[in-house]
Design a protein around this ligand. Sequence first.
Ligand code: 5GP
Length: 145
Amino acid sequence: MSLTGAYDTDNIFARILRGEIPNVTVWQDDQVLAFMDVFPQSEGHVLVVSKTSTARNLLEIEPEVLTALTAATQRTAKAVVKALDPDGFSIMQFNGEAGGQTVFHLHFHIIPRWAGREIKGHGHAPMADTDQLKTLAARIAAALD
Ligand code: 5GP
């Protein structure tokens, strides 16, 4: 998938947003969904997506949607830090296949980091246990302001 082309309405996040595939939700409103990455690169890896936009990448996102998405990412990151007490965190966002993107519905990754602990490679992490993801999501959700 290059940077240009049509939005695939059957991409995995579109299917999650339609409720066709389950997800472990941290929080949502009418504009955004924050949910646990099922192949987490570290404990507490959360994804934030727009519910309204079909932008595939940063080049296509409507500025007002980007504003809402960025604010939602900050809100979620604050809760991740409060709940899990990492030493730091990485915000990642990939564009185009050559840029490392694998799901072509724009999203931000929030990846908690602990000093001295390597994160798993992007696209190389094993699938997480759903109950563990639910526990983490509940802890993060409880820390939301
Ligand atoms: P990208 O490579 O597009 O930046 O990130 C896509 C992310 O979606 C990856 O981190 C991957 O682990 C995650 N992912 C892929 N399939 C699923 C899924 O079915 N459910 C959830 N929750 N995450 C997924």
